[in-house]
Design a protein around this ligand. Sequence first.
Ligand code: NCD
Length: 309
Amino acid sequence: MEKKKIRNLIDIKDLSVKEIDELIKVANDIIDNKEKYSKLCDGKILATLFFEPSTRTRLSFESAMMRLGGKVLGFSESSSSSVSKGESVADTIAVVSGYSDIIAMRHPKEGAPLVATTKSKVPIINAGDGGHNHPTQTLTDLLTIKREKGKFDDLTIGLCGDLKFGRTVHSLITAISRYKNIKFILISPEELKLPEYVKEEILDKNNIEYIETKDIEEYIDKLDILYMTRVQKERFFNEADYIRLKDYYILNKEKLKNAKKDLCIMHPLPRVNEIHTDVDDDDRACYFKQAEYGVYIRMALILKLLEVK
Ligand code: NCD
């Protein structure tokens, strides 16, 4: 008998535009009809293997599975698993895939979730691999953009902060570049500019217009979306560089004075200092809504990968 092909989500490109649209449709339906979905994963188990810290991603995955009527197990730091005894990722995955129906994993090493797929009997979801990718944050971001802007085409998107190590930025650029007439304003200090490989493989290859600047206010009046990010302390090689760059951008009410009335301000969270709390009560602040949407899109994703109809 031919072995059944397992669907994983490692890179956002593993999903076609049509599949992303379908996931968003399901997530919107879940928001309106939560009860209808509350038993669909009865008897199923999600394992969350977090080799790196997380609040939103891990808890939203767990909340998603529980809201579908399933159960969860896992660990939230490698120190509480056999990794601390020297076990390899490959062995951990080979074992846990016998204990669960689907695995969400986060790892500090780029490519670790891809390696995991070679050892797993169940679908693997990349919940963040080093400074590389974070496809389920991108699904969350896309659901937020769809609900706030009603479309993905014809948007000018400012991405601000740590564009070098910010994996959410890399995945979001990859995903939204597939839509029409997208323009990016890439706002970062010189040291934290978007990696060349993302510019070459995504932006240049698809003829996407972009401008690089250090100044957050220079193009703020042109933006439909402003996506703020945290300087990724854990990816720095030396602390002095982090300290020098960590407060480079602090978005506040004053800096928003020329921004559009319907600007959508996003942030994958956690926030450190890059958005002042005086922005939180501005109607344009979408980041806490964005975090909540993460649960619904992950519910839709779990249903898809488990092929629950
Ligand atoms: C992001 C991540 O882990 O990459 N957080 C998240 O998943 N919501 C962003 C960050 O940690 O800065």
